[in-house]
Design a protein around this ligand. Structure first.
Ligand code: DGI
Ligand code: FE
Ligand code: FE
Length: 402
């Protein structure tokens, strides 16, 4: 009886994280074979727009694991019409391997939501569930879940430490588009990507019209951030019309402002290195702030945006003293766009549409208060901005009273 692993994913693209995770899966369970299955249409999420076609994903996956003698790529799910239910996949493999033991690998989130999958009992009837986790199962959530699945479904479950899960393909796609993704994938896969110009590698993205810029940039975001980015762009456009700034610039700045937000801290630092962005200690310690700096550089170098747009992106998170109208518009549009729903958003939203400088003071104060509550350090630029706009508002007050 052979031990066969099942390793599914979108593989859009397959990167080194996938390969390392697969190797660890094979090693820790002493698997004789691992079937790698690119997903057709995953039931739980749509494939990202801007992603590669099924055929490309299949070819790339073959290249990515070609050096592993025990790995075999199957187009089982790609050939199937409709949704790629795991239950159907596992049953198809059971027919092919009636005598063997099947192990289905999944990440923590998938394991915790396993009961809500399509007909989970059909899966557990055929395969052992392998929940891979990155860090020790501190609160016992995985073990509790495993126990429940054992009781309810008679499932066989194994918890497996795997340092390489979860991995983000969104970040890898974005790094490829920004011209520094080669380190995240094998040389063969990178070569395939460049030859086929996937993920905009080698494609000139300078001077795109707004609609094209919008659709490309949205494909580089995590799905849940997309409404925020659209809301920010629309709000920035409205504010530009209200305050006499350039409408087109405002909408472009809005659509691009969080363009590097899908990247993790390590990827942010790599991008800084690639673009020669010099980081002081504060920025190194607060990688959340880096997306504004790297976003501005991507806007400049990848999309060839105007300086005014790049500067607005650069200051959208912290603000600074003496900002241009466009810079203030982006800072505030990011804060009050319609998807923002925190308690105190309404007064700030009203003020943003009546008095930009007064809104800057309120916005900066709100951010600082929140950061202090979380014992995080405040960027010196934000402190300078607050002082600047408090003084300016005081001057306005004096002029109004005279
Ligand atoms: O990118 P968004 O989430 O849309 O919004 P943003 O660009 O305003 O980023 C918000 C994040 O940045 C949030 O995690 C708080 C953080 N941040 C903003 N100002 C400062 C800050 N973090 C520190 N440590 N210091 C700041 O001054
Ligand atoms: Fe941001
Ligand atoms: Fe934002």
């Amino acid at each position: 009886m052979a031990k066969i692993g099942i390793f599914g994913g979108s593989f859009d693209p397959p990167h080194l994280g996938h390969v390392l995770a697969l190797e660890e899966f094979q090693r820790k369970l002493s698997l004789d074979r691992v079937i790698v299955i690119p997903a057709g249409e995953p039931p739980h999420k749509q494939l990202a727009s801007g992603g590669a076609s099924s055929e490309h994903r299949l070819q790339m996956t073959r290249l990515a694991v070609s050096h592993l003698p025990y790995a075999e790529v199957s187009d089982l799910e790609l050939r199937r019409e409709g949704k790629s239910y795991t239950a159907l996949t596992v049953e198809a493999l059971r027919q092919r391997y009636p005598q063997d033991q099947l192990f289905l690998l999944m990440g923590t989130d998938m394991f915790l939501s396993f009961s809500s999958w399509y007909e989970p009992h059909r899966i557990t009837a055929q395969a052992t569930l392998v929940a891979a986790y990155r860090m020790k199962d501190q609160n016992g959530r995985l073990e509790t879940c495993a126990q429940r699945l054992r009781n309810e479904l008679g499932a066989e479950c194994v918890l497996l430490e795997n340092a390489f899960l979860p991995y983000s393909s969104t970040g890898t796609r974005a790094m490829l588009t920004f011209g520094c993704g080669a380190d995240y994938i094998s040389a063969e896969v990178y070569d395939y990507i460049s030859r086929n110009r996937l993920y905009y590698v080698g494609v000139n993205l300078i001077g795109l019209d707004f609609d094209t810029l919008r659709s490309i940039s949205l494909s580089l975001h995590d799905r849940k951030r997309v409404p925020h980015v659209i809301g920010c762009s629309d709000t920035a456009g409205s504010l530009a019309q209200l305050y006499g700034a350039n409408y087109e610039d405002a909408r472009r700045a809005g659509i691009l402002h969080d363009i590097t937000k899908a990247l993790n801290a390590q990827e942010q630092l790599k991008l800084c290195d690639h673009y020669g962005i010099i980081l002081d200690h504060f920025y190194r310690e607060n990688p959340k702030l880096l997306h504004a700096k790297t976003g501005a550089e991507v806007a400049r170098r990848v999309f060839g945006e105007d300086e005014a747009v790049c500067r607005a992106i650069c200051w959208h998170t912290t603000g600074k003293a003496d900002m241009s109208i466009l810079e203030k518009i982006l800072y505030l549009a990011d804060y009050v766009e319609p998807n923002r729903s925190f308690d105190t958003v309404e007064p700030l939203r009203r003020l943003t549409f009546t008095d930009l400088d007064a809104a800057m003071v309120l916005g900066l104060q709100m951010t600082m208060e929140q950061l202090r509550g979380q014992e995080r350090l405040i960027d010196p630029n934000s402190i300078a901005a607050l002082r600047f706009y408090q003084e300016r508002n005081r001057d306005h007050e004096i002029i109004r009273q005279q």
